[in-house]
Design a protein around this ligand. Sequence first.
Ligand SMILES: Cc1cc2nc3c(=O)[nH]c(=O)nc-3n(C[C@H](O)[C@H](O)[C@H](O)COP(=O)(O)OP(=O)(O)OC[C@H]3O[C@@H](n4cnc5c(N)ncnc54)[C@H](O)[C@@H]3O)c2cc1C
Ligand code: FES
Length: 264
Amino acid sequence: MFQHNGKLIYHKEISPNHMLMVIDAIEIAKNAVMGQFVEVRVSDSYEPLLKRPISIHDTDKKLGTISLLYQVKGKGTKLLSEKREGMYVDILGPLGKGFTLPDYSIQKLLIVGGGIGVAPLLFLSKEVRRQFFNSTMILGYNSKEQILRIDEFKKHSSNLQITTLDGSFGEKGLVTVPLERELAARNYGMLYACGPEVMLKSVAQLAERYEIPCQVSMESLMACGVGACLGCSRKMIVDGKEIYQRVCVEGPVFNSREVVWENV
Ligand SMILES: Cc1cc2nc3c(=O)[nH]c(=O)nc-3n(C[C@H](O)[C@H](O)[C@H](O)COP(=O)(O)OP(=O)(O)OC[C@H]3O[C@@H](n4cnc5c(N)ncnc54)[C@H](O)[C@@H]3O)c2cc1C
Ligand code: FES
């Protein structure tokens, strides 16, 4: 893991309350795996003390930059959103265990995201395309205004489907409707998901029903982000045994079959 005091190359609001940030962080850019995250110090003072975990949205190894896509939610992300281009941001990463790609006997992959949960999926879809897998991507939002970086996602998936809850763009309803349609129609070999936990639980249930391996990226409140405080631990069932795993070290990406969905 690397600590960077990285220069902010780009920082703009790209949809209401959603910021895209590009930071100079060459070591993180070179070493990151899709699905990993960074811990971001949101202000130059020690208030708030805790760093905030944000997924690595994209990397540019040549330029030595990483991108973060985040929602302005509470105090920490509000402070972060006030930083201007040219300023510096203290980040630690890459952290955690990311997504893994299957072997080449598997051709078709399905990627599902909901809301700001789409953030780590651009890096994943880029890598999926770079390694010549075929992917279908289904991204769900509440409404058209909240759709994030659709042109970027389009570049990396031959079959991108959008759903909105209010029907203002794409198919009206939840991502699980086109997801089930795809699972019934085609022979996918791996499913990836990131989004609200209620969505992840439904995706995991569909993966179970269609007997397809599924990797889910989970969230948890994090204090240290590096495995020391145990504050982010989640109950899992591994080899038939109940154990607690740290989302920041053993996750955030888990085999959906191991997750105990007790919060939803
Ligand atoms: C692995 C991971 C990846 C993520 N990736 C993204 C992303 O790409 N984009 C995005 O928008 N969001 C992402 N999130 C969510 C993001 O971290 C939160 O939205 C953000 O921390 C909110 O901070 P805030 O100060 O704005 O909000 P607030 O709601 O004000 O504060 C939430 C923060 O409270 C602190 N906190 C409060 N109680 C506790 C406690 N008991 N233990 C530990 N910490 C506590 C934590 O620092 C927590 O982050 C991710 C979360 C995780 C775990
Ligand atoms: S946040 Fe401290 S162990 Fe995960």
